[in-house]
Ligand binder design. Structure first.
Ligand SMILES: *[C@@H]1O[C@H](CO)[C@@H](O)[C@H](O)[C@H]1NC(C)=O
Ligand SMILES: *[C@@H]1O[C@H](CO)[C@@H](O)[C@H](O)[C@H]1NC(C)=O
Length: 210
């Protein structure tokens, strides 16, 4: 099979077009990092009342990154962890690290985190976060447990610790835009995430949120 000039021209056009398509939607997405922890009521409130309801609208303009760690700390390089709300929180943070790693699509990640956080606080559904939330996200609980029980789960939590320690959050959840902490944006985000995110993305996408 020989490659003709026409083939090369087509290929070049495809590359140029895909570059522009990416430029319109991919390159200028706002990075939003959510530093949170499993058993923190403020984290639950943020995910359930702020992030999840505004997600559909913001999704095209945002790259979201969940960091489930908060005010935890590792002991002996991950031999164990200590968490603000006790050992049950450490387990749940690690479960979320493992699950998130297995969910490539960010909308599914948002659904999963919301499902899990709500379930952590529901006493009459203590294991909902396991089977139900995993299944809804297209995961198997056994996959999550394999990660959880291996050193992958530990490595993911140590990575979350490094990302969290780079900021040393005073408040959980802490919301970063462009990987940067800004106290004014933080305070406003806790009250009205959609407004903050919309005003930031509309700098590069004037039609967002209109
Ligand atoms: C994010 O970074 C881009 C590129 O450096 C910059 O143009 C934009 O203003 C930043 N946005 C925020 C919210 O910091
Ligand atoms: C942010 O909120 C905290 C707690 O409510 C408050 O102490 C602080 O002064 C606020 N900072 C800014 C810059 O608004």
């Amino acid at each position: 099979m020989s490659v003709s000039k026409k083939d090369i021209l087509c290929l070049t056009l495809i590359l140029i077009l895909s570059f522009f398509c990416k430029d319109a939607h991919g390159l200028e997405k706002l990075n939003v990092d959510i530093l949170y922890e499993a058993l923190c009521p403020d984290s639950l409130r943020f995910v359930r009342n702020q992030l999840h309801p505004s997600w559909k609208e913001l999704e095209p303009y945002i790259n979201i990154h969940f960091v489930p760690f908060g005010k935890s700390q590792s002991i002996n390089d991950g031999e164990s962890f200590q968490c603000q709300h006790g050992p049950g929180e450490c387990n749940r943070n690690k479960i979320m690290s493992c699950a998130l790693q297995g969910i490539p699509d960010q909308s599914t990640q948002v659904e999963y985190v919301k499902c899990a956080m709500v379930s952590f606080f529901q006493e009459n559904d203590p294991l909902g976060f396991a089977e139900r939330c995993a299944t809804e996200a297209g995961l198997q609980w056994s996959e999550i447990m394999t990660c959880y029980n291996s050193n992958i789960g530990t490595m993911l939590q140590l990575q979350a610790e490094r990302e969290t320690q780079a900021i040393k959050p005073k408040f959980v959840p802490t919301i970063l835009y462009n990987k940067t902490f800004d106290q004014v944006l933080q305070n406003d985000s806790i009250r009205n995430f959609k407004q903050v995110a919309c005003s930031l993305v509309s700098q590069t996408h004037p039609n967002a949120c209109s």
